[in-house]
Design a protein around this ligand. Sequence first.
Ligand SMILES: [Zn+2]
Length: 327
Amino acid sequence: MQVNTTEGRVPVDQLGRTLVHEHVAVGFPGWYLDVRQPRYRREDALAQAVDHFARLRDYGVRTVVDPCPMDLGRDVELIALVAQKTGLNLVCATGMYAESMGISYSFARLRVEDIVEIYVKEIEDGIAWSGIRAGVIKIATGDGQVTDFERKALTAAARAARITGLPLISHTENATCGHDQIDIVTGEGVPAGQLLVGHSDGRDDHHYHLSIAERGAYVGFDRFGLEMIVPDEVRMQNVKRLIDAGHRDRVLMSHDTVHCFLGGLPGGLTQEEFQRRLPNWRLTHIFENIFPRMRAMGVSQADLDHIVTDNPRRFFEAGQVTQPTQG
Ligand SMILES: [Zn+2]
């Protein structure tokens, strides 16, 4: 079994410690229109990302998934350069973002079959002319309800996941619509274990987490360090509650860091200001701070290793079990 990385296919048992949701760069639609923002310099973004990502090797991390959707300034060649300069495996994505925050206009006018074809092409032939194959499929829903466009994009993503065996990584808004995502994905015949319901840690709601785990999907505690949404203390308690309830196998952990916001953040905040407000929002935070605190709470190192190594591997394997071996 193989995983598509920017540098080619890697056997799934060589992924090692994996962060499933981090971004080299993100640009919200229209990011380049605010002429007051400093000019985007790709070489500076690359240098910064390489500096940050390289530190992961001290913590035994070998693979990082950057699930940037197609419409958030996705730059797979930049992601590939980070992989080449750090020696890490980087995995990039096909798929669209939520309607209210992405670019739905063109895709909303396509048929589901057209979108499936585009996603599968990005997985099998490569993204645009880069030759870099997507290794995960991104899906996204907005706050509290799934729009018609999102339903179409999710349906297409699920069909592409069924054809290719790739896992699906989702964005949820305020930890809502996780069950709608599971319904749509499993409704297309994709096992729930092929889906990571992302940003489930955005709500202090054990029953929500438990209900997702019980259906067999992965529960994303993937915003460690983003403490203005939920304090990490709450995230750690909720991870422990899932482990204690017997669902260690369904937990995935990451930070959702962004190393360069193209054109700054929506609302005019600069990268530096945002980072200053969130001192722990960095790639090594889980290993430096969260793991020791969770051990002090009584979670074993074996459980933590399982969550960052075995669970990502099984997540990538989930769809490939019944698939013919890819070359
Ligand atoms: Zn993200």
